[in-house]
Design a binder for this molecule. Structure first.
Ligand SMILES: Cc1cc2nc3c(=O)[nH]c(=O)nc-3n(C[C@H](O)[C@H](O)[C@H](O)COP(=O)(O)OP(=O)(O)OC[C@H]3O[C@@H](n4cnc5c(N)ncnc54)[C@H](O)[C@@H]3O)c2cc1C
Length: 476
């Protein structure tokens, strides 16, 4: 006999990305009865199925390919790699399946009712579920968490419908390795995917309308990455816009507009557009419940992630920037704590951002650009990786660690890193900022040698003009 669907639940979670499933799991751990709804067969969302995880699996391969070339500098010569694209794709899929399957198991172990389908609100305490199989039915809830995430943004009229024009999801499918690839957008997704294709053998051009790659990130960090991207990509076009795209004889003809008019047009076998992401707020019944959106289209939430309907919370990409998986999970867990009656609010001091290019770029807390924009008095200390023993053993002197410090209180307000493995190092900065560490705390914490983490300790030493491995006396 088929299961009769439940007619009510304590917590309904709509969308099972890293925000939704983290929320559902904590709610179950806190003893609440949970229903989790998502179109995919298992939880995972964009992050696990077509975002963070598959892109990092491919970037791991890109790193190996790049290192196999660099090894010639160390007296090791490898033959040109042979790329078995089917096998590579299978391996990437196996990582995704293992992880999503594992999260599915964890959902079952927690006795969460997982429904493969879609949901929309019909009342402040009711959703309508459209399961993949079977008929629509209503589900009453006490609280709901909206975690429907986001999708790639597009520009109607510019982005044409062609199998040669890809968004990030199509790029991750890795159908082939185009000879030439244009990446529209110099943000982290474009640069990460561009790096994958460049390592696999495509000639990659990236076009960005702003004056620098990774708009918003500190310029000194971006400069190091820019140099490396210029070596790996065919061309980096800044302050340039794509004004037209046309399919012509198996290629995409693209027109550019730039003040310098350095390049007016080009032909590319494939184009990847990565020009931002849009929150998924459509077909959810939000208007009927007067759930407000902000001027960028995100669901408006308070410090506890409650929407304008007190029974409904919103978290993750649908609830605002930064659109990152770890921010989504943190918010999801926080909203559930509030639902469970705990005193909690979303007030992180440091949400880390990591760009998994080579070198990686990572930052957290206050950035130098933000401090400048706010006219805030800060001291920035920098430690170049050319002075790090560990960086030299890896032949990776192309790095920089910096701390943003309040000169009066000596408190660490932010950290930035560019270099191999920056994404792992930034966690220490997060802890320092969240724990209100002072430069002295970091300076006096013994860091293991030889590691890249020493560059953080030495950046703190720079604040006192006492770094062991660079000579930079304190200015009086
Ligand atoms: C190529 C790429 C690489 C990325 N790399 C990183 C990275 O390295 N690190 C990082 O932090 N972030 C990364 N991100 C961003 C990250 O994927 C998102 O920030 C994260 O997935 C947001 O989580 P979420 O839970 O808010 O929503 P999502 O992961 O978007 O999940 C939302 C889910 O809700 C479902 N849904 C939508 N509507 C409904 C409905 N009506 N009913 C039921 N379900 C619905 C969707 O199908 C989806 O499964 C990357 C993104 C992309 C595209």
């Amino acid at each position: 006999m088929a299961d009769v669907p439940k007619s009510q639940t304590q917590v309904a979670v709509i969308g099972a990305g890293p925000g939704g499933y983290a929320a559902a799991f904590l709610a179950a751990d806190l003893g609440l009865e949970v229903t989790l709804i998502d179109p995919e067969p298992n939880p995972g969302g964009v992050c696990l199925y077509r975002g963070c995880i598959p892109s990092k699996a491919l970037l791991h391969v890109a790193k190996l390919l790049n290192e196999s070339v660099e090894a010639a500098n160390w007296g090791i010569r490898f033959k040109s790699p042979e790329i078995d694209l089917d096998k590579l794709r299978d391996w990437k899929e196996s990582v995704v399946n293992r992880l999503t399957g594992g999260v599915g198991q964890l959902s079952k172990q927690r006795k969460i009712t997982y429904i493969q389908g879609r949901a929309k609100f019909t009342e402040p305490t009711q959703i309508e579920i459209s399961p993949i199989k079977g008929n629509k039915y209503p589900l009453k809830f006490e609280h709901a968490v909206l975690a429907t995430g986001s999708r790639p943004a597009t520009i109607p009229g510019l982005i044409i419908d062609s199998p040669q024009v890809m968004n990030s999801t199509a790029a991750l499918d890795l159908k082939d390795i185009p000879k030439t690839l244009l990446v529209i957008g110099g943000g982290y997704i474009g640069l990460e995917m561009g790096s994958v294709y460049a390592a696999l053998g495509s000639e990659v051009t990236v076009v960005e309308m702003m004056p620098g790659l990774l708009p918003g990130a500190d310029k000194d960090l971006v400069k190091v990455l820019h140099k490396s991207i210029e070596r790996k990509f065919k061309e980096v076009l800044l302050q340039t816009k794509v004004s037209e795209m046309k399919e012509v004889k198996g290629a995409i003809k693209v027109k550019f507009q730039s003040e310098e008019a350095r390049v007016n047009e080009g032909r590319f076998e494939k184009v990847l557009y990565s020009i931002g992401r849009r929150p998924n707020t459509e077909d959810l019944g939000l208007e009927d419940l007067n759930i407000e959106l902000d001027d960028k289209g995100f669901v408006k939430v308070d410090l506890q992630r409650r929407t304008s309907q007190p029974t409904i919370f919103a978290i993750g990409d649908v609830a605002g920037e930064p659109m990152l998986a770890h921010k989504a999970s943190h918010e999801g867990r926080l909203a559930v704590e509030v639902i469970a009656g705990h005193k909690a609010a979303f007030e992180p001091r440091a949400i880390p951002a990591v760009v998994f290019t080579d070198p990686e770029v990572a930052w957290c807390g206050l950035t130098e650009s933000e401090a400048t924009a706010q006219n805030r008095k800060i001291e920035v200390t920098r430690f170049p990786w050319a002075a790090s023993g560990r960086a030299l053993t890896m032949d990776r002197p192309d790095g920089l660690t910096k701390l943003i410090i309040d000169p009066e209180t000596e408190r660490i307000l932010g950290m930035g890193v560019v270099g191999a493995g920056a994404g792992e190092l930034i966690a220490e900065g997060v802890l320092a900022v969240e724990m209100a560490a002072l430069a002295t705390d970091v300076k006096l914490s013994i860091h293991p040698h030889p590691t890249l983490s020493e560059t953080i300790m030495e950046s703190a030493e720079v604040f006192f003009g006492q770094s062991t491995h660079i000579y930079r006396p304190k200015r009086k």
